[in-house]
Design a protein around this ligand. Structure first.
Ligand code: ADP
Ligand code: MG
Length: 670
């Protein structure tokens, strides 16, 4: 594309295409250009506007090149300082010229000054604006004045007719839309900031409501549309699943049984399931997935399970093979490192339906892979995939049933908004016989004691993970640290067998190390966060996490969940290095005090806010621009109005959706 620098391209980048998009592009804040402050009355720290004549403009070098422009207005003098400037600016600032300039007042070494102020040349009798000047979110090369002009014009023409029926407007005490939008672009001049905020509050409330309403309409509509789509009715004979249950060394928990029933009843419906199976780490999601896969096979369809990492996919594969081979079922395996000829054979056998069950990584969604009759698509640890990838698997068949699994619990407000389109099954019970994990916070200076502890645990037949610090800036550095730790531990613990696994290893190498660890031929596994999700080695009962202060809460919880899976008393040691930032301290406290993933997620959301918590990439849903997810009441009201609109005023509902979510709709259906 060559149009990247045109005005239209810049506007597109901001999502501004139609008049109404511009009208709904609301200010971040306002500047007060309604008043002129005499230079003599300038107060350092305040933003103020001055009108003054230029007395001199010079380029100086002290210490670096900068443009100084002296102005005076009859009450006093001040300096405008520009550290970066264009020749055109220098030229415009001619002595004798009258300018209006606005910026933050500073008491500089050379007297009162404005650094990089906005300025423009004015006529002697130029009038002052009546309203505050809006400042808009913008993009490189698109100036505020251009944006303002475009928005003012669009606002006059935009179609902003009311989409909410009068009864609801009244009962919810909502301000009228056009009036709200106009007030936000051109607010009344109010001096007192608290009163100013109060004046605009009803307008903002209306905007936030409208945005949430659009989200709710969209989710609700997607839900209804999905219910109207056809999907294969999968009749379970129960032959395979009961055979599997009989050979398991354990019985299902009540929660697993319930989740399995919910899934089974969805699969027997003539419309596609879209269910999230949510359960804390170690709650036993895999067996539920396996039962669902068997259900699909009993119903005559293929089933696929996709996992986000090679290690996890491989582990699922091995576990599922162990469960399914005795039933006489073939399970296929596909990953990025599957050799080309093997892959071609596999692709052919998947496409002609010979293969009924497959487990794999992203390789499953490659172009070359197709299914003959996939009836069930399962995505594990769904939050680790981008939304397009999640969609891609189910798009490999004509509306299959979809099951996603996640160990990251969704707090209630998110469940009410972003995930409202899904049905959810929760595993709220851990399998019996789990020993609670003891969490310890240990300062880095006591590292030797930790090493001694690893030794004694391994002498008693247990195994340990040693997780190396996350180094966000550099994968290479992270790798180096992991290798150093590996060498260090080999020196310190010469009697133990120590392994190393990290992201740079080839998939086959990774798999080999993991297999050795599972067989207890490796006692201590030094690892980067590649082991974060899903890894399941019940004999491992000690987890050491170095620089725990650098990890996020969800990550710490996931990592800790790698232990506490077997009969041994499990310990998770969080090694931290001083000094701790306030949030790091807070995080460590939360993880130390809590073992319940839901509670941790709730506190995490409170600590970080929803934007960071879900992250646009993970949710795939455009983050709300104006609304706040803390606002449970408003979300609930929006949900009710969405239902009313869809039932009684479908045209208005469409209108509302088109206004707020043009172009982003597709993603909401993920
Ligand atoms: P997650 O929910 O984290 O994916 P997994 O499916 O990996 O959990 O299960 C964790 C471990 O618990 C596995 O070793 C699994 O075989 C075992 N497990 C699952 N369900 C039960 C159960 N009902 N009783 C005992 N152990 C179970
Ligand atoms: Mg799992």
């Amino acid at each position: 594309m060559t149009g990247g620098s045109t005005l239209v391209a810049k506007l597109n980048r901001l999502g501004l295409v139609r008049d109404e998009d511009l009208a709904l592009h609301l200010p971040l804040r306002y500047e007060d250009e309604t008043r002129i402050t005499p230079i003599a009355a300038a107060i350092p720290g305040e933003i103020a506007q001055f009108q003054a004549r230029i007395s001199s403009t010079t380029v100086v070098y002290r210490p670096r090149r900068q443009l100084l422009c002296h102005i005076e207005d009859g009450t006093g003098e001040m300096v405008l300082r520009f550290l970066n400037f264009y020749p055109s600016q220098q030229k415009a600032l001619q002595p004798g010229v009258l300018i209006r300039t606005i910026g933050e007042v500073r008491g500089g070494f050379f007297g009162t000054e404005l650094v990089h102020p906005r300025f423009r040349i004015v006529a002697e009798d130029e009038s002052l604006p009546q309203a505050l000047t809006p400042v808009y979110p913008t993009t490189a090369g698109l100036g505020q004045s251009t944006l303002r002009r475009l928005i003012a014009r669009a606002l006059a023409q935009a179609e902003l007719s009311e989409t909410i029926p009068p009864e609801q407007l009244q009962s919810l005490d909502l301000a009228e839309l056009r009036a709200s939008v106009e007030a936000l672009h051109h607010p009344p001049p109010v001096n007192d900031p608290i009163q100013f905020e109060a004046t605009l509050r009803p307008a903002w409330r209306r905007i936030r409501f409208d945005e949430l309403l659009a989200q709710q309409i969209s989710l609700r509509r997607a839900y209804t549309a999905r219910r109207a789509r056809g999907a294969p009715v999968l009749e379970a004979t129960g032959i395979l699943s009961s055979a599997l249950l009989q050979q398991l060394p354990f019985t299902l928990t009540g929660a697993q049984r319930r989740a399995w029933q919910e899934i089974a009843s969805d699969l027997a419906q003539p419309h596609p399931m879209q269910r999230l199976l949510q359960g804390d780490v170690g709650s036993g999601k895999t067996i539920v997935a396996a039962l669902a896969m068997l259900h699909a096979v009993e119903g005559g369809r293929q089933a696929a399970l996709m996992a986000p990492t090679e290690i996890l996919a491989e582990q699922h594969y091995r576990k599922l093979v162990q469960w399914m081979e005795p039933l006489g079922l073939e399970l296929a395996w596909l990953s990025g490192s599957t050799r080309k000829p093997d892959k071609e054979i596999l692709a052919r056998r998947l496409a002609n339906g010979e293969i009924r069950l497959v487990v794999g990584t992203h390789a499953l969604i490659e172009e070359s892979i197709g299914f003959s009759d996939m009836g069930l698509a399962i995505v594990d640890e769904q939050h680790r995939f981008g939304v397009r990838q999640r969609l891609a698997l189910k798009q490999k068949a004509d509306s299959p049933h979809q099951l996603t699994m996640s160990a990251t619990p969704i707090p209630r407000t998110l469940a009410m908004s972003y995930y409202a389109d899904m049905d959810v099954s929760v595993l709220d019970e851990l399998p019996p016989g789990r020993t609670p994990i003891l969490t310890k916070l240990v300062a880095e200076s006591r590292r030797n004691e930790v090493v001694a502890r690893v030794l004694s645990a391994c002498r008693q037949g247990c195994q340990a993970y040693w997780v190396c610090p996350l180094i966000e800036e550099s994968e290479a550095l992270q790798l180096k640290t992991a290798e150093e730790t590996y060498t260090y531990l080999r020196n310190e613990l010469p009697d133990l067998s120590i392994g190393l696994v990290h992201g740079r290893l080839k998939a086959t190498e990774k798999a080999a190390v993991m297999a050795e660890f599972e067989a207890n031929r490796i006692q201590v596994l030094v690892a980067t966060t590649v082991i974060e999700v899903g890894v399941d080695v019940p004999n491992a009962s000690l987890m050491v996490i170095e620089h725990a202060e650098r990890f996020g809460l969800a990550q710490l919880h996931q990592l800790r969940g790698r232990v506490g899976r077997g009969q041994h008393e499990s310990v998770c040691i969080l090694l931290y290095t001083q000094p701790l930032s306030a949030t790091a301290r807070q995080r460590l406290k939360i993880i130390y005090e809590n073992s319940d993933g839901f509670e941790i997620a709730r506190q995490d959301l409170a600590l970080r806010g929803p934007g960071e918590f879900i992250g646009a990439r993970q949710s795939g849903v455009p983050l709300l621009r104006y609304a706040q997810l803390e606002d449970t009441v408003l979300i609930e009201q929006a949900r009710q109005v969405a239902e009313i609109l869809l039932r009684d005023h479908p045209v208005q509902a469409e209108r509302h959706l088109a206004r707020w979510l043009s172009g982003t709709e597709e993603l909401l259906k993920a």
